[in-house]
Design a binder for this molecule. Structure first.
Ligand SMILES: [Zn+2]
Length: 359
């Protein structure tokens, strides 16, 4: 392109940009220049870290991380979880120390999962005021009152059959389960839980928990609903960690079909209507489209659960030297946030918090 032509074209662009539809005679834009190369060169803002940092659209903050903690009544010391390298079950006696380490890293919250010494048909350990989670809540809130404690509300860790609700004739009973979940919730909140997170996928459970909380004077306790929880193969390692694999069948009669995006939006809409303060998409990586669609439609805080299988895949690849663990982990977390998550429940929380502090 000759210099004179280029000057004319540039002037044409400038006038077109400022004329806003008046009668100025504007040199026609060429497709090449209008909105394109060479006038626009997106590499200009990628030239060095100073520029890149300035225009970065998404940032990670440990305050947005929620770290899952497994508390077990059956162990006396930390018990590493085989399928989740770097993660452990903890006895109640060690949980306060661990909570202090987590809080010191600036991580926003923990979410507790309990492994009781005894399980039964109805999961009564779930609402035992001296149960493993209730003890852990008290220990953590005593040691680190500033660390937000979220509790997973479900029966599968406490039932002998490993299902998330009351089972009769081989089927999980929806409405009868709601009352048991309400008991569990009230017990967690009475012990000091800051947020309750129902993960069972029974219909109507957010409304049932909201009603139960309000009736007992806990109208200030938020509910984080596992709203779009899919029946996923990526939960595999968690079942070892929480000792909650179902003894028969699977959870596809209450968790969602991985193929269904529109139904996920209906689940989210219902949970919001029932009073959820935070909604969740679980797992994260195979469902980033769902996360983005939820983000587009609603303004409330959204959590994504970066689940055990997603964690285990990265750890396994890193252990084999196939990927750079630090970069791949932070890229994963930023991808989840970019897709729409405000909060990320992740086993990487402690590592990521350390890495972010170094940057
Ligand atoms: Zn469950």
């Amino acid at each position: 392109m000759a210099i004179s032509e280029r000057a004319t074209t540039r002037a044409g662009v400038d006038r077109a940009d400022t004329a806003q539809g008046d009668t100025l005679d504007v040199t026609p834009r060429t497709p090449q220049v209008a909105g394109g190369f060479p006038a626009q060169r997106l590499r200009r803002l990628r030239r060095n870290e100073g520029l890149r940092r300035m225009v970065r659209e998404t940032r990670l903050d440990p305050a947005e991380f929620i770290y899952p903690l497994f508390v077990s009544e059956t162990i006396r010391e930390e018990a590493p979880i085989g399928a989740m390298p770097g993660q452990s079950q903890w006895p109640v006696s060690a949980i306060a120390r661990q909570a202090e380490r987590i809080a010191a890293l600036g991580v926003g919250a923990v979410i507790l999962f309990g492994i009781p010494a005894v399980k039964d048909e109805i999961g009564s350990g779930a609402w035992d005021d001296h149960g493993v989670v209730q003890q852990a809540i008290r220990a953590i809130k005593d040691a680190t009152p500033e660390l937000t404690v979220i509790t997973d509300v479900c029966l599968c860790e406490y039932t002998s059959h490993g299902h998330c609700g009351l089972v009769r004739d081989g089927e999980v009973q929806n409405d009868e389960t709601l009352e048991l979940l309400a008991r569990e919730t009230l017990s967690h909140v009475a012990a000091g839980a800051d947020i309750v997170a129902p993960s069972d996928m029974m219909d109507g459970r957010v409304a049932a928990l909201r009603e139960a909380l309000d009736a007992q004077g806990f109208d200030q306790t938020p509910i984080m609903a596992y709203s779009a929880k899919f029946a996923s193969a990526f939960y595999g390692p968690f079942r070892e960690a929480a000792e909650s694999a179902p003894m028969f069948g699977d959870r596809r009669a209450y968790q969602m079909d991985p193929a269904n995006g529109r139904e996920a939006l209906r689940e989210v809409a219902l949970d919001i209507a029932e009073g959820a303060d935070i909604v969740m998409v679980k797992p994260a990586l195979p469902y980033l489209d769902v996360l983005a669609r939820v983000r587009d439609r609603w303004g409330l805080p959204i959590a994504a659960y970066n689940v055990s299988g997603e964690y285990a895949m990265l750890k396994a690849a890193a252990a084999n030297g196939w990927i750079d663990e630090r970069r791949a982990t932070l890229e994963t977390l930023i991808g989840i946030k970019r897709a729409g998550a405000d909060l990320i429940i992740t086993y990487h929380a402690l590592d990521a918090a350390r890495w972010l502090a170094e940057e």
